[in-house]
Design a protein around this ligand. Structure first.
Ligand code: NDP
Ligand SMILES: O=C(O)C1=N[C@H](C(=O)O)C[C@H](O)C1
Length: 278
């Protein structure tokens, strides 16, 4: 299963990647292959994907000996941890088999419904699962800054707006990160995002609803991921922004999450656990 490293007594962590030919899948394969403590054990992609049957390292001109497959059992063979950046329905199918086999799952996929999140929580009773809409260290530190700002700015009538921009291929809006920012802020103020979120404005909207949290999404070109939270008061405004210029931060965070999950028993975790921010 996992081959020992020649220079170390610890066995390498066997990592499978789902969404292997996607934007994140490729970043993750490259990052795993560059990590001496990790071993690529499997690569999954969607049925019908043109990459099926090819070597997972072919896009790098490398032969890894791991073929991309749509057969879940084969993709999870020998894995300690699966890292999944696909779509909600794919992730849930992967997680169901991983939970049966006790394989840990790092979930980067966004766009889950509340019912799908409940299924993830249930399956996390059987295997360690880490769910985070953003694996980058910087974004998770930004969540903490927002927690502090939301508490400090609760009085004084500060209006809160969350603006995000992503590449033209992104299929969900608002981004998972923007929604999480809204949840963090609402919770820090002792409220629920569902009671405050305004996702659309068009036409004669009337004046801004007091205490609402507004969302706006832009899509275009190759923007990796920008998020800004605006706290707009009378006579001043505060903006807290994070901008990703590369997907490497997401991949590196995911590998840290995989190393963390490999040491856990069943349960649901997030990047605060990995980064010690709880
Ligand atoms: N948490 C984080 O830090 C980050 C999260 N994301 C999220 O990760 C996800 C993937 O993003 P990205 O890599 O840009 O997307 P891509 O579209 O580039 O890649 C998705 C991959 O998953 C495959 N796939 C799609 N549907 C299924 C399915 N039902 N079962 C199995 N495989 C499937 C796709 O195959 P095919 O093309 O054949 O459909 C493709 O190979 C998104 O939800 C995105 O929001 C992205 C970046 C960072
Ligand atoms: O689809 C993307 O690209 C990204 N998705 C995540 C999200 O929805 O928040 C994370 C990051 O912003 C990139």
């Amino acid at each position: 299963m996992t081959a020992p490293l020649s220079s170390s007594t610890s066995p390498r962590i066997a990592v499978a990647i789902a969404g292997a030919s996607g934007r994140m899948g490729r970043m993750l394969i490259e990052a795993v292959l560059a990590s001496p403590d990790l071993q690529l054990s499997g690569a999954l992609d969607a049925p019908g994907n043109p990459s099926l049957g090819t070597d997972a390292g072919a896009f790098l001109g490398r032969n890894t000996g791991v073929q991309i497959t749509a057969e879940l059992g084969q993709g999870l063979q020998g894995a300690d941890v699966l890292i999944d950046f696909t779509r909600p329905e794919g992730t849930l199918a992967h997680l169901a088999l991983a939970a049966e086999r006790g394989v840990g799952v790092v979930i980067g996929t966004t766009g889950f419904s509340d019912a799908q999140k409940a299924q993830i929580r249930q399956l996390a009773d059987k295997t360690p699962v880490l769910l985070s809409p953003n694996m980058s260290v910087g974004v998770n530190v930004t969540f903490k800054l927002l927690e502090m700002a939301a508490k400090a700015l609760q009085e004084g009538g500060y209006d809160i707006e969350i603006v995000e921009a992503h590449h033209k291929h992104k299929v969900d809006a608002p981004s998972g990160t923007a929604l999480k920012m809204g949840e963090v802020i609402a919770e820090a103020q002792g409220t629920q995002l569902a009671d405050r979120a305004v996702y659309e404005r068009f036409g004669h909207t009337g004046a801004r609803v007091a205490n609402s949290i507004g969302f706006a999404s832009m899509r275009g070109g190759d923007i990796v991921g920008d998020h800004t939270v605006l706290f707009a008061g009378d006579g001043e405004r505060i903006e807290i922004s994070h901008k990703s210029s590369s997907r490497a931060g997401y991949a590196n965070g995911s590998l840290r999450a995989a190393r963390y999950l490999a040491r856990q028993k069943a349960g649901l975790f997030d990047m605060y656990d990995v980064l010690g921010l709880k």
